[in-house]
Design a protein around this ligand. Structure first.
Ligand SMILES: [Fe+2]
Length: 507
């Protein structure tokens, strides 16, 4: 292993050394069992079990039965071990065993291999609470409970916050507050883990907090094992540096943890990627062929597929996009994908989420406008809310329509400096209480999930007029409830105070 690779894996190696595998004693049922499973989980798992929607999740939530993937990582390939997962819906009288547990070799760290385990929990009634337990050699190694994906007519809650895995006190407090509210769904619009989204950084700054078995303001909480968390790519998830030309797998061999840890639908645009070739609208990889090949094997077909995808939850449709700079959202093929995806959906609520906000008045990212190129499509297809991160604060805009400067074919244009100029039409009559119906799209930035906070830029007259609320100086998250045609939104601080609250009604 090269010297730089040794450095890159050092944090992960230390974790492995500090967390030796050990056998688990048989446990009793009840609270004692839970506590023992909690203590043992630290020793057995490199990453404790967490829930994912999976690559083949159906679009419409019309199925009579739902399923979720349960994923965990260890340093053992399963030889000499027997893993089982059992689950039980609230209304069921007995536990049922899941089918086979799949083990997948991810990579080696100082000659210590590590493995991903995946199992599908099937036969869940939509919207019903269920419990699950992971057994290793017949003993409980982990207990969890969650709610199956909601169907079209069921009310549900969800949280949105980006810019999370900084390992900060703010991240721990936000995760604790979110976990206390037990959201059915969580959407993280990018910058999942700092500073480069490396596997070692996920293990140090993300999983111990966002999947902490103990819930407390100085630890975080068991969010990933109890709620369905969906993610988008941010600039920190791709090891972006100054003069970046692609993710450098020589400098950061454990980069792109996004493609290792998240199991997301394979329904976005398909790109014909080949090693060594640069492909338009595909995250570029830089490095020796061995390092690139190792990453591709570890990502197991998820690269570049899961950068863009969509899914349904309850009566909402979510389109998740990659807003990084190698994406050209003015390209016809990509615009057609967005328009088709949003037009086809018959959901009551259409939401879009990506990292870089089209509109921001923060001090650092206010002129990064590339995602404005899609505003006309959002308006045409009836999108109600666009959720972003990137700016580490909270911003709520008036519902708006944005008329970008266009080329001769009527397609919105980006200027050479990355800005997109145009005119705003604001719905200032919307007040979220007595006037809850919107004319236009609501843009929300919720980037206070844990990273260092951003203040306001002082010199943006048009955007400042469009921005209805700007709250900075504290970590926070967005928490929502949907009941049929009513969306209730609260912005909540890391110590639980309500910072903003409003509702939206749709037709
Ligand atoms: Fe960012």
């Amino acid at each position: 292993m090269k010297k730089n690779a040794l450095v890159a894996w050092l944090a992960l190696f230390q974790l492995l050394v500090l967390s030796p595998l050990s056998a688990i004693a048989d446990t009793k049922t009840g609270e004692t069992e839970q506590k023992q499973a909690g203590a043992s989980a630290q020793e057995v798992f490199l990453v404790k079990p967490y829930l994912q929607l999976g690559e083949s999740a159906s679009q419409a939530v019309l199925a009579k039965q739902e399923s979720l993937e349960l994923i965990w990582f260890t340093t053992n390939n399963g030889k000499g071990e027997k893993w089982q997962v059992q689950s039980k819906s609230q209304s069921a009288s007995k536990w049922s065993s899941s089918k086979s547990v799949q083990a997948f070799f991810v990579g080696k760290v100082e000659n210590v291999p590590f493995y991903r385990y995946t199992v599908k929990i099937e036969g869940l009634a939509p919207g019903e609470k269920f419990s699950y337990k992971v057994l290793r050699n017949g003993s409980i190694a982990f207990n969890g409970s969650a709610t199956a994906r909601k169907s079209f007519n069921q009310p549900y809650s969800f949280a949105v916050f980006g810019d999370v895995g900084a390992g900060s006190a703010g991240e721990k407090k936000v995760i604790y507050q979110v976990t206390q509210r037990k959201p059915d769904l969580v959407v993280m619009p990018g910058d999942i883990t700092y500073d480069q989204g490396r596997i070692s950084q996920y293990l140090a700054r993300f999983f111990p907090i966002v999947n902490s078995q103990e819930a407390s303001p100085d630890k975080g909480g068991p969010l990933l094992s109890s709620s369905l968390v969906m993610t988008a790519l941010g600039n920190h998830d791709i090891a972006m540096t100054t003069s970046w030309k692609g993710t450098d797998l020589n400098r950061f061999p454990d980069a792109l943890g996004y493609y290792i840890f998240w199991s997301l639908p394979f329904n976005g645009p398909k790109f014909d990627y080949k090693i060594g070739q640069s492909t338009r609208n595909v995250l570029p990889l830089v490095g020796d062929e061995t390092n690139v090949t190792n990453f591709l094997k570890a990502a197991d077909k998820r690269y570049p597929q899961i950068g863009n995808y969509s899914f349904d939850y309850g009566n909402s449709h979510w389109l998740i996009l990659d807003g990084n700079e190698y994406m050209h959202w003015g390209d016809e093929k990509l615009r057609t994908y967005v328009e088709d995806d949003l037009t086809k959906s018959k959901a009551t609520w259409k939401f879009v989420s990506f990292h870089q906000p089209p509109f921001s008045i923060d001090i650092y990212h206010h002129s990064e406008h590339r995602m404005r190129l899609l505003c006309d499509i959002f308006e045409r297809t009836g999108v109600q809310v666009v959720w972003c991160g990137h700016a580490h604060n909270y911003q709520r805009y008036f519902p708006l329509k944005f008329k970008a400067k266009t080329n001769k074919d009527g397609i919105p244009m980006m200027n050479g400096n990355g800005t997109v100029t145009g005119d705003f039409i604001l719905d200032t009559k919307f007040n979220g209480t007595t006037q809850p119906k919107m004319k236009g799209v609501l843009y929300i930035v919720s980037g206070g999930g844990g990273a260092s906070l951003y203040r306001r830029a002082p010199f943006l007259p048009k955007e400042s007029e469009a921005c209805h609320k700007f709250i900075h100086g504290m970590h926070s998250f967005t928490f929502c409830n949907i009941n049929d045609k009513t969306l209730s939104v609260s912005q909540i601080s890391d110590d639980g105070k309500v910072l903003d609250q409003f509702k939206v009604e749709t037709d």
